[in-house]
Design a protein around this ligand. Sequence first.
Ligand code: HEM
Length: 510
Amino acid sequence: MASFLLLLELGVTYFVCRAIYRLYFHPLAKVPGPKLAALTTWYCAYYDIIEGGQYVWKIKELHDQYGPVVRTMPDVVHVNDPAFIDKLYTQSPQQVRERPWTVLNMFTTHLSMLPTRDHYLHRRRRALISKFFSQANVRKLVPVVNDTLEDLHRRFEGWAKEGKPVVMRVPWQAATKDVIAAYAFGGGVKCLQMEDCNQPFFQLLNQERASKVPVHFYWVMQAMIKIPPSIMNKLNPAIPHFERFLGDLGKIIESIRNDKETPERSTIFHDILRSDVAESEKATPRMVDEAMVLAIAGSDTTALTMVAICYEILTQPKIFKRLRAELDSVMPDATQPPDPVKLDNSPYLNALIEEALRFYPSASHRQDRVAPNEDLVYEYTDGRTLTLPKGSIIGMTAPLVNRHPSLCDDPDTFDPDRYIQDPKLMHRHLTFNKGARQCLGMNLAYQELQTFTAGVWRKYAPYDPSKKVQGGPTMELYETTKEDVAMWSDFVTPSPKPGSPGVRVIVRLE
Ligand code: HEM
């Protein structure tokens, strides 16, 4: 009993000392914010896990109350000001920026580029792959994107004949995964050729609340990995499915490694495995992780942007009218695939894509960074400054900063025209992040968004209930409201209101 009391006393003393340290002596003690957030990560965990991806909205409230810089966890600061983007996500390779545990904990291993903490190792790993995502190399992939557009047309025609509503996220997830799979490994079974468009795979990615658990309880995910599959299957059927996905990636990597022939169209992994980098960097477990990150990062994000574009086109006739007028001129023959150069030079198409990226950012998480070697100084508009000491975790969040009033006028309105009026507004949002760790697949994402938007909306028009004869193929929203597209929760990708099936459409050929 005496030793229990002693332990209790020690425990209480430890927590009291830690609380005093965090409130008054911590390097971030001067940063405004609620005392509870400064005291414990449980404050954030409550909104992340119990409330389900709601910390982003709580952070918004905290900014309204405390200003543009807020302490959101004992060691973490959130900034909501576009003017700070270039400082935090600097373009200079000399200024070290690392991803901290708040991001890294979401990954079971740290072998791929995305969860590589060390600045220099990250740079080496990124350099190995980045050339594949240059504008010039993405252009070489246009035939694959065009083939995928053909597959999409076939599927939409099939669904039109069935007459059943289509959940729009499904075809776009399948299409974007098919493109990245072709680029990374040279193909395999296409999602768009599967009856269910490979939905079990995407459902296991959309584990929603589960995405936030490892951020706060890293050991839970590590422990779960060690549980035998037979038991795990009962606890969470998605985990063995994911293990199978990783196993299949391993087999693909091994077969590419043993392939004596180089395929006609070089793939990312054929190239890396034949390069002269250190063997450890080409080891199968690392390659599997890299392939997994490409497949995951490169599918649902672009797919959600496509869903948002379709929703806006189907609810705002004036957007469709302007888009279609432009597409009719750059794609005079609707049966021919779009010419990528002409799409680059289609101002309204690109303005629409830009606004969808800004308004509906499909990576909704806190993009935290650590600057281990330098203090970052925040300058308030009234001339005051706040020093965020080196080593602090500092983040910004696209759903908040993209709607900041200093980014553009009327930021809560979806308005592609703003970029036609003022082209300088282009690319100012945080949707792809900036700097050395910005999205690697940005050029590919733009290519897909251009080709798919142009290809689909050159053929289809919004269904007009006032017309007896539509005069061509149409799409119509099915039991869909704003709540089915707007972000309700941040689960790394945004989720709509709980229970929402997402954006659904009825496709008609005549
Ligand atoms: C609209 C579509 C997309 C959006 C909004 C998006 C967004 C992002 C964001 C915000 C990051 C940085 C995350 C962070 O720092 O926490 C990121 C990183 C990354 N993205 Fe994307 N992404 C998209 C499409 C793609 C595509 C098509 C690929 C290609 C396969 C891709 C591959 C990657 C990779 C590999 C990284 C890690 C880069 C690094 O660590 O250096 N993304 N993406």
